[in-house]
Ligand binder design. Sequence first.
Ligand SMILES: Nc1ncnc2c1ncn2[C@@H]1O[C@H](COP(=O)(O)OP(=O)(O)OP(=O)(O)O)[C@@H](O)[C@H]1O
Ligand SMILES: [Mg+2]
Length: 596
Amino acid sequence: MAQPRVGRVVRVAGPIVEGEGIEGIEMGEVVYVGYEQLLGEVVRISGGRFSAQVYEDTEGLRPGEPIVATGRPFVVELGPGLLASVIDGIGRPLKMIEERMGPFIGRGLRVNTLPRDRRWEYRPLVKRGDELGPGDVFGVVQETPLVEHRLMVPPEVHGVVVDAAPEGSYAVDEPLVTLDAGGSKVELTMKQEWPARRPRPYAERLPCKTPLITGQRVIDTLFPVAKGGTVAIPGGFGTGKTVTLHKISMYSDSKIVVYIGCGERGNEVAEMLEGFSELVDPATGRPIMERSVIIANTSNMPVSAREASIHIGATIAEYYRDQGYDVTLIADSTSRWAEALREVGSRLGELPVEEGYPAYLPDSIARFYERAGRVKALGRPERFGSLTIIGAVSPPGGDFSEPVTVYTLRFVGCMWALDTELAYRRHFPAINWMRSFSRYAEEVEKWWSENVSPEFARYRRKALQILSLASEIESIASIVGESALPDEQRLVLLAAEVLREGFLRQVALRGEDTFCEPVKQFWLLKLMVDFFDKAYELVRSRVPAEEIASLPAVHVMQRVKEDERGVEAVRELYERVMRDLKGLAEKYGVSGGGRE
Ligand SMILES: Nc1ncnc2c1ncn2[C@@H]1O[C@H](COP(=O)(O)OP(=O)(O)OP(=O)(O)O)[C@@H](O)[C@H]1O
Ligand SMILES: [Mg+2]
């Protein structure tokens, strides 16, 4: 390890501290600033001086105080103990901080991310003489009832096992395996470190073709995200970003959730933690904390810590991906992170480009989302993992043309556009089906075809057509009045209404409709689209649209999603709707309407 070198503070500007007197200081190097040893990271070097971004409050720090350079980058501790924990923006567990200092975090407090006093039941998977390389799994630990933690050889290490600890209980820093790495000895423990800003390596990047099932129909059916994909969820104040993200944490079929709370208001963090600790994994009945890591930026930390938290979160998420798990990383909200970039940029005297953001804003956003993907992990046994990144964006005034939204949309594969108007009408999730998009829709079609129905893709497209046609007709109707519309067009409006109410709207926070399994999503879609097709034939044969609209089954279609009998109820209703339409066809003596 490099010798510590000491310089001194020249100038303090909020979270940015200028220093001098350290030869060979490097970008990204961790420094301890002042008598209180505040944690900082070098973000600029020019001439004999350097600037560090400091992650703790710099109030009271004076020129002349010492700065110690560590020769090391900003790293994250990885190992068992991350799950079910809540850490702050620089990786300190909030619980331990509180135990030591009460609710107010003092400055210069160093706390390990992974507790050292906790012991884990370790099961070795290697023996003396085995040859190990990067990413090889050498043992496992049941980290929580939901997750087996696979202990991996760090990415840059290989050698032959010369000593292997037996099964038993160990702390994270006790040596478990000793490797002879070409003459030098390397000790492996449960804990490893990785530089937060550097993406972790993998063997191979793979295409993303399996959908992340969230149980939210508008997402899974219309705007799906693939495991390993990226999503932006922009929306104005109170449009449902946080609720949507919570639902995904709770219901999506990913093994691990890393949740970064980048709040603005102080009580937001407390609210988030409270909300989160109450959530239960519906599949297992266990608290979802047992498969989650929460990173909470507390309000008494400077904005620069928000910036760090994004990278810490991504590194932790990649680490579980490398174990062979599907991981979802959620950032709520990335706008708060971008604001941190803006503040730091302006303190550094960077030239602001758009709305005060530094020129590297798009680059920073791109680098964050690029950490998503589905990969074959390094090492043996063969493991496949994915990292899906979902970022909320809070554009001021809900205006999607501001820089953070614009750049984010350039780099993500999917957008769930939250709509103030829909939220106001309490149509939740307030995902605007005309503005949202997903580039994964075609990629995941095969999965739907193989696991649900080969007809799924056709129904999906048809539903989107109906919705888009309806929105055109609505704008005409707003001028000429709905009664002036021809019957065919009124039927389109009716079908769109059925889809909106019976399919897209999914308000429930408990009960049958909180999670909709894929096969039920398909049957609801089929019900509504086939209804439209058959009804359309009738209308063209001069059956009045009015008659169709007044069928009692049409109203049931909008509520059947809540029927406790699930997909059975939908199938039954399907038969009934088809029968009713056939009845109408007979009444008017026309062909068509209803199957068989
Ligand atoms: N899917 C949903 N089902 C039912 N109600 C919802 C849903 N989504 C949002 N809401 C309602 O909208 C309110 C605001 O949602 P939320 O806090 O998620 O908005 P936000 O976009 O995160 O707001 P902010 O901009 O303040 O962060 C919720 O308290 C809830 O009443
Ligand atoms: Mg929110």
